[in-house]
Every structure is written in structure tokens, then in C-alpha cells.
Write a new protein. Sequence first.
Length: 315
Amino acid sequence: MVDIKDLFPIGIGAWGHGGFAEHNPDNDDEKQIRALTYQFNKGMNMTEINFWNSKGHSVKLIKEALDRSKIGRDNIFLLQSIYNYYNPTLDDVKREFELCLKTFATDHVDSIQFPLTAVKVYGFGPLTKLIQDYLDQKLTRYVSVTNFNLEYLTKFQSIFGSKIFSHELHFSFEIRNNEDLGIIDFDNNHGIINVIYQPLRRNRTAKQNWPLLAELATKYSKTQNQIILRWLTSRGMLPLVKSEYIEHIDENLAALSFEMKKEGIERMNKFRPPNFVSKKIDWFMEGKIPNSAFIHALPNIFDEEYAKVLNSGKK
């Protein structure tokens, strides 16, 4: 059983294994299994499990890689993320949860995670009761949330307290909405780990070639992606990365091989894209807020939105 204090500083992301929202029949399963196995053997001991990804195929690949690694289920922290748009009722949630236990031949997951939209679909009371039942029955050790606003994060924390393991959210060099809204600080102040999806924005941040990142990469003889990962881990965040190339995995791991000076970290903390104003956040995906986007869309639309700033002559 993996203790939280023994978690590897970088986690294994599941998105893109076996396909994306749909299973890709032409996916190179063997290549991805080898990469996942390599990560397990390198000590990366936390992975997200989500049956929505590639219609469950990603879970099969992760399980095969875990078997090949010989690490053993008890030496891996399994975070099962359950999406309400794939499980419209709580009975569907229960079936998917049981499927996860069966797939990994285990009597518990380490944390069960729900998005904010699950509150609207299932109801706050029924959802929290189900989670509490799982905790009481020791079917999960912790509960996690993803893309929660401060209001519901506060409500969950008041119920589950120290049983909240993590908050999976987006935070990157360019996109700081969760920090500016006080969500990052709330998590830090309550012992909730900020698990970061798309920490490198799928290499799009490096392609922007921001002068500060380029400067620090030269100073430390590292890649810009390594600078970003070191910055995040130095702040106690746990970034999720996905790669099927061994050389990229080694690059990610090498981000932990050096220390950044406080001055560089502070400069990265203070950075904001010049003249950029983010869209408002439509937390519940209702489409009622003008000039808004759902929180998970922000890293995907940033480049297009910032190009508008540059094209307007505001540099």
C-alpha cells in the first residue's frame, strides 16, 4: 500500500492510451504497454484509471503493463476517475467501480475521483453519501475531485476533511485561473494535493518559446519542459505526464535531477502572458455565460486566444 508521502513526484497520465475518447483500433498497444511498464519500473507509482478513456482500452493497457512490471498492485496508487457523462446514474458509477476492482484484482482503490459536474447530475447529497459509504467500507482509502470551483471544494472539504487526497486541475505556465481564484491556495492550506493535467499543454507551451523559459532552460542546460516540471514539483504539485517514447520518459524524469534557485521559481510564479485576458469559466458546462469556456478547455484554446492578442498589436 503506497503511503502519500512515498508518492513519486510525477504521475502517469492515462489520456491518449489506446486512443482518446474512442478506442483507436490502429493504436500501437505494444508500444504503449512497454512505455507504461518502463514508467512503473522507474518508480512512477501513481496512475489515473478512467474507463471513459478509449472506451476502457486504456485501462487494459495499464493493467497489462502493471502485470509485466512485476511491481504489484499494492505498490501502485490507483486513482479511479469516474465521469458522469459516461455513467449517467449512480448505479452506473457502482458498476464501473466494481469493474475497476475486478480488473485489478483488488479489494479497494486508493482514491475515487469525481468532476464538479457529477454534483449536478447525481445530486450533492447522494454523491457524498456514496463516497462516504465507500470510505466506510474501505473500498477506497481517499476521495479526489477534479475541476471543482471554490464553493463546492469548500463543501467537500467540510465533509471529508483529511480524506480528500487530491484535486486534479489545470495549472500551467500560461494558465493560472485556478491560482487566481484561490483554489490552489485552498488545496495547499488543507493538505489536498494539486494533481496537474496537461502540465506541458501537450508540448504547446514549449512551442511558444517564452523568453523566460528559454532563459532558464539555457541557464540549467535543460529543456523547457523539464523547467516546467521542476517548477511544478518544487511547488508541491503532482503533474501527470503521458508518453509512449522512452526518451521522452527519461526527459521527464530528468526534470527531478536538478534544483532551481528561488529567484527563478519566483519569476515563473509571477509570469502572466502579456495583455492576455482569459475567458470566464463555465463550471457546470451550461453555456449560459458569455465569453466563457469550461475549465478543461482553457489549455486547448489558449494558443488561438493568445494569437488574437498578438494580431491585435498588443505585444
